[in-house]
Design a protein around this ligand. Structure first.
Ligand code: TRP
Length: 332
């Protein structure tokens, strides 16, 4: 049986958070040992250019993200891991798909509308084209499933529309991707405002845990985590802060929420927060050590990225040639 292709891209902006680890990366570690799937993970560097980046910082962050994936245990042999800009077919297919995307549908995307209202001085074409580039990422590899959170659902829907439109205009070419709703991986909320998601670009440093935070930073941030004034440790809609901390604790220790509750119910808030901080630090310390090792050998990182790009290029080229032929571009 052919393996199902799973595709995900991550923009190298902000920092990789504990929320990303629990919600996504942790899952990838399980998927890479499941023979039913072949996963591709790209660093969506071209996507990140839709907002202004400082070139030197951007270049460094991009490599750092790649190293962080590796440090978490995402394996370059079991998955295809690469930088989007190293596979030219992404940009090339975007051009073709642009011609099958209506201005009306692109300008109706919620994220485009949000971002244009936030960056009124730079509403560039790339911002509007963002979901078409994302469709190219997905469609180049016969992707069957895309793990998506709510914020990317509409973009995946557009990818499906574009794929269907193209397939109907010519003949079946693209696999129409489905959303992959994971059974694992909880949603982690901000430590400063537990009613909103932990975001990798939050400006409040106390709101997020970066997976590279030191032990002191981790312990401090949990100490400051927003809770409530009643002193009971339980799950509940009226207890977003405590619920979030219990969710984090259960996720990083591989326990169920019930086990976590049984263990922590009698603690004071202070002791509980410290307990959660310890558990998170136990998870992150080996990642941080591995990351520092990896970053000492840039040539080794580059060779892993090159190998990933070669494998992705091979597949992407095959699809791009097929598309060029179908639309009638003259072939040499
Ligand atoms: N737009 C996605 C995000 O910001 C990142 C992304 C780029 C992506 N290409 C993708 C996600 C392809 C899934 C599939 O989260």
């Amino acid at each position: 049986m052919d393996k199902k292709i799973i595709y995900s891209g991550i923009q190298p902006t902000g920092c990789i958070t504990l929320g990303n680890y629990i919600g996504a990366l942790g899952n990838w570690l399980k998927l890479q040992d499941d023979d039913n799937y072949q996963c591709l993970y790209s660093i969506a560097d071209l996507h990140a250019l839709t907002v202004r980046q400082n070139p030197a910082e951007f270049r460094a962050r991009t490599l750092s993200f790649f190293a962080q994936y590796l440090a978490c245990g995402v394996c370059p042999e079991k998955n295809i891991m690469y930088f989007q800009s190293h596979v030219p077919a992404h940009a090339e297919l975007t051009w073709i798909l642009n011609c099958y995307t209506y201005v009306g549908e692109a300008s109706r995307m919620t994220q485009f509308k949000d971002k244009s209202s936030k960056h009124t001085d730079n509403i560039n074409m790339g911002l509007m084209d963002y979901p078409v580039l994302m469709a190219s990422d997905i469609l180049l590899y016969n992707t069957a499933m895309v793990p998506v959170g709510v914020d990317q659902k509409q973009h995946l829907e557009l990818s499906r529309d574009i794929a269907n439109r193209f397939n109907n205009a010519y003949s079946p070419t693209f696999t129409v991707p489905e959303p992959y709703i994971s059974k694992m991986g909880a949603k982690i909320m901000s430590l400063a405002d537990p009613t909103s998601k932990m975001s990798k670009s939050d400006e409040n440093i106390n709101a997020t845990i970066s997976i590279l935070n030191s032990r002191d930073e981790v312990m401090n941030k949990f100490k400051k985590a927003v809770t409530d004034s009643d002193n009971s440790i339980r799950i509940g809609e009226d207890k977003p802060g405590i619920t979030n901390l219990l969710t984090i604790y259960a996720a990083v220790t591989n326990k169920t929420i019930d086990q976590a509750l049984a263990e922590c119910a009698d603690m004071s808030y202070g002791v509980f927060k410290q307990h959660v901080g310890e558990a998170v630090d136990t998870l992150l310390t080996p990642i941080r050590i591995k990351y520092n090792e990896l970053m000492c050998d840039k040539a080794h990182l580059a060779s892993i990225a090159k190998d990933g790009a070669e494998r992705a290029n091979y597949l992407a080229q095959k699809m791009l040639r097929k598309v060029y032929k179908k639309v009638g571009l003259y072939q040499l």
